[in-house]
Design a protein around this ligand. Structure first.
Ligand code: CP
Ligand code: NVA
Length: 341
C-alpha cells in the first residue's frame, strides 16, 4: 500500500483496503506509543496547521502526533494568517507548499480544502469542513474495532443532526467498510439525497447498508453503537438553536434510548459534547430554553450526563484515538519509507 503524496479530504477518495490499512497502521503506532518506542520516521520535515475554527482534539492530535514523528509544527489560528482576508486560498497553498511537507486545514468551505490540495503540491489533510470530518471517522472506527472486535456488519445508529459533517462522514465510512448505518433523525435534518444514493451503492458493494428513519426506538433497537453529535455545529448562526432544539430535543440520547439499544451497545460522540451547565453555551441554552424544553434544563442537549459517564460510553477512548489515527494519516501520506514491527 503506497499512499505517499495523497491528500485526505474525504473517505470517498479512499478504498476499503486503504482505510483498513490506515486503521491497522494506527493500531501499530498506538502500540509503539504505549510501549514508549520512538517512531520519529519523519524527522526533519515540517507541517502547518491552518485553523479557521477552534479545536482541542484535532489541533492537539496533529501537534503531538507530528512531534512524535519527529516533525516541526506551525499552528495558524483563526486570525493568524493572511488567508482569505488579503490572500486567496490558491496563493496561500502555493506559498505553504514551498515551506511545508504537509498541510492540515480546518474551516468552513469544503472547496477551500480542495483548493489547498490542488495547488500546494503536498498532502493536505481535512481537519473538518462544513461537509466532512474524515480524520474523526478513522478514530471512531478504530475505537469500534477495539471495543467490538470488528467493523463489518456492525449496527451503527447515528442519532441527531444527520446532515452535518459527522453524519455525512460516518455514513460514507460505514458504506465503505460494510457497517449497517442508520441515521435516526427528523426528515428536516436527513443527509443530502445525492450523498445517500452514492453511499447506498457503496454499501451494496461492501455488504453494509444505509437506512434513514425518524423512529428513534426502531432505529436504535439492538444497535452495537449509538453515536451522536452537537445539534448546532461550528459556524452555524446562533439563531438556529431554537428550531434545532425543537427538532432534536426528542432525539436526545438518554438512558432510556441506551436501554432500548441494549447492554451490548457502546455510546460514542466526537466531542465536544453538551451534557451539563459547566460550559458557557450549555448554561446559556439551559437558561433560555428550560421552560419550553425541560430536557435541556440542566444543559444536557444531544446526550445526558448519565450516558456520557456510563460504562457504555467510550468517548475518551475515541478522543485518544484521534492522535493515533492522525499520526497514521500523516505518516502514510508523507512517506513510503517506514518499517513498523
Ligand atoms: N472532535 C473534534 O474534532 O474536536 P475538536 O473540535 O476539539 O478538534
Ligand atoms: N459537527 C461538529 C463536529 C465537531 C467536532 C461541528 O462541526 O461543530
Amino acid at each position: 500500500m503506497n499512499l505517499k503524496g495523497k491528500s485526505f479530504l474525504t473517505l470517498l477518495d479512499y478504498s476499503k483496503e486503504e482505510i483498513e490499512y490506515l486503521l491497522n497502521l494506527s493500531s501499530r503506532l498506538k502500540t509503539m506509543k504505549r510501549q514508549g518506542k520512538p517512531h520519529r520516521y519523519l524527522e526533519g520535515k515540517n507541517v502547518v496547521l491552518l485553523f479557521q475554527k477552534d479545536s482541542t482534539r484535532t489541533r492537539c492530535a496533529f501537534e503531538s502526533g507530528a512531534n512524535d514523528l519527529g516533525m516541526g509544527v506551525t499552528y495558524l489560528g483563526p486570525s493568524g494568517s493572511q488567508m482569505g482576508k488579503k490572500e486567496s486560498v490558491k496563493d496561500t497553498a502555493r506559498v505553504l507548499g514551498r515551506m511545508y511537507e504537509g498541510i492540515q486545514f480546518r474551516g468552513y468551505k469544503h472547496s477551500d480544502v480542495e483548493a489547498l490540495a490542488e495547488h500546494s503540491g503536498v498532502p493536505v489533510w481535512n481537519g473538518l469542513t462544513d461537509l466532512y470530518h474524515p480524520t474523526q471517522v478513522l478514530a471512531d472506527f478504530l475505537t469500534v474495532q477495539e471495543e467490538l472486535g470488528k467493523l463489518q456488519g456492525v449496527k451503527f445508529a447515528y442519532v441527531g443532526d444527520a446532515r452535518n459533517n459527522m453524519g455525512n462522514s460516518l455514513m460514507v465510512g460505514s458504506a465503505k467498510l460494510g457497517l449497517h448505518f442508520t441515521a435516526v433523525a427528523p426528515k428536516d435534518v436527513w443527509p443530502d439525497e445525492a450523498l445517500v444514493e452514492k453511499c447506498m451503492k457503496l454499501a451494496e458493494a461492501s455488504g453494509g447498508s444505509i437506512t434513514l428513519t425518524e423512529d428513534k426506538w426502531g432505529g436504535t433497537r439492538e444497535a452495537d453503537v449509538v453515536y451522536t453529535d452537537v445539534w448546532v455545529s461550528m459556524g452555524e448562526p446562533e439563531d438556529v438553536w431554537r428550531s434545532r432544539i425543537a427538532a432534536l430535543n426528542d432525539y436526545q440520547v438518554d438512558e432510556a434510548l441506551m436501554k432500548n439499544a441494549g447492554d451490548q451497545a457502546i455510546f460514542m460522540h466526537c466531542l465536544p459534547a453538551f451534557h451539563g451547565i459547566d460550559t458557557e453555551i450549555g448554561a446559556q441554552i439551559a437558561e433560555t430554553f428550560k421552560n419550553e424544553y425541560p430536557r435541556v434544563q440542566n444543559g444536557e442537549m444531544e446526550v445526558t450526563d448519565a450516558v456520557i459517564e456510563s460504562p457504555q460510553s467510550k468517548v475518551f477512548e475515541e478522543a485518544e484515538n484521534r492522535m493515533h489515527t492522525i499520526k497514521a494519516v500523516m505518516l502514510a501520506t508523507m512517506s513510503d519509507d517506514y518499517e513498523i514491527q
